[in-house]
Design a protein around this ligand. Structure first.
Ligand SMILES: Cc1ncc(COP(=O)(O)O)c(C=O)c1O
Length: 340
């Protein structure tokens, strides 16, 4: 994986605060690779970014918090699914800088049982001290943002300085910049004397992780295929989003977009039965990772990504890099389905 360029200089000029423990390890999953018997599986341990149980959102929040502090904000607002990792991570990041958080939990998954509504990330949201609001829709990103804006307006009237982390597209993809940087970190870790990585497999939800990583790798001259695993919407819908995100990153960094349309590879083979719902391949992948590698995955994102990575590794004798983006707290909210 050759590196022919350096990252765009504008990246170092944008406000950023240190939150993540970096670099995260790059490791061989030797037991799991042996179990599959074909390709080699590696893992980038972005579940180990450190802050309040880690995950991919910590890299993203370094830029959102940087921007919030540059705006002298004292209160963070964010919206997400009830078991959102982003929400939990944002509250944690705010706490580190003395900011309060107002979070909005959306009814995106058709579950109202006690485990889903109160354990896992929701328990941590409360422990971290956020004020929790609710939004009855789960598929109305613009509506969720509007309600967040109206809560922010109320806070402004009370003399606070709110900062909204938006959900819907159309806002600067600051979070993706964390993954442009991660591309450089990854290329620095790949030993030139070791077998090359033939494919990167990563979750694709809001698209910040997927688009940022792809942008960073291509900018640095690395042409490895990056497969985005759809967890929220179908591949054809997600494609538009990733392309738009890479264009927005280019504008933010004041450079041309190095990502060509055919660089955007997506699969929705593990999306069914929908966001936040398990299928058999995901349940099996979570079990295999735990039992062979003591690697804890989550049911909403990384379990689906690992199911795809395992299928790829079984089809090839090459090396597949699975990006572990965290999400472990949600395991506790899904213990009944996982025990089935
Ligand atoms: C654990 C985990 N993995 C992957 C993703 C997807 O990342 P992105 O929203 O940047 O596409 C998320 C998003 O919430 C997540 O929580």
């Amino acid at each position: 994986m050759p590196m022919t360029q350096t990252l765009p200089p504008k990246l170092a000029e944008l406000p950023r605060v240190p939150l993540a423990h970096l670099p995260t390890p790059l490791e061989l999953l030797a037991n799991l690779s042996r179990h599959i018997g074909a390709g080699r599986l590696l893992v980038k341990r972005d579940d180990l970014t450190g802050l309040a149980m880690g995950g991919n959102k910590i890299r993203q929040l370094e830029f959102y918090l940087g921007d919030a502090l540059a705006h002298k904000a004292d209160t963070l607002l964010i919206t997400g699914a009830v078991q959102s990792n982003f929400v939990r991570s944002a509250i944690a990041a705010g706490n580190r800088f003395g900011m309060r958080s107002h979070v909005q939990l959306e009814q995106r998954v058709d579950r109202n049982d006690h485990l889903y509504a109160s354990s896992g990330n929701v328990f941590l949201d409360r422990l971290l001290g956020a004020t929790i609001h609710h939004y009855s829709e789960g598929e109305d990103e613009a509506g969720a943002d509007r309600q967040l804006e109206s809560i922010a307006a109320g806070l402004s009237e009370q003399g606070r300085t709110p900062y909204v982390i938006h959900l819907a597209p159309g806002h600067a993809p600051l979070g993706a910049l964390g993954y442009v940087l991660a591309a450089e970190e990854l290329l620095d870790q790949v030993d030139p004397s070791a077998p090359d990585i033939d494919e990167v497999v990563v979750g694709s939800g809001s698209g910040h992780t997927h688009a940022g990583l792809l942008f960073g790798l291509r900018w640095l001259g690395c042409t490895v295929p990056v497969t985005g695993v759809c967890v929220r919407r179908r591949a054809d819908e997600q494609r538009e989003r990733i392309l738009a995100r890479t264009q927005e990153i280019g504008r933010l960094l004041e450079v041309p977009n190095p990502v060509a349309p055919n660089d955007i590879v997506l699969t929705d083979e593990n999306l069914a039965p929908g966001y936040g719902r398990l299928n058999d391949a995901t349940r099996e992948a979570i079990g295999l990772a735990a039992q062979h590698e003591a690697l804890l995955l989550d049911p909403v994102y990384t379990g689906k990504v690992m199911a795809t990575a395992l299928a790829r590794a079984a089809e090839t004798d090459g090396s597949i890099l699975f990006v572990h983006t965290g999400g472990t707290p949600a395991l506790f909210a899904y213990q009944q389905e996982l025990a089935e």
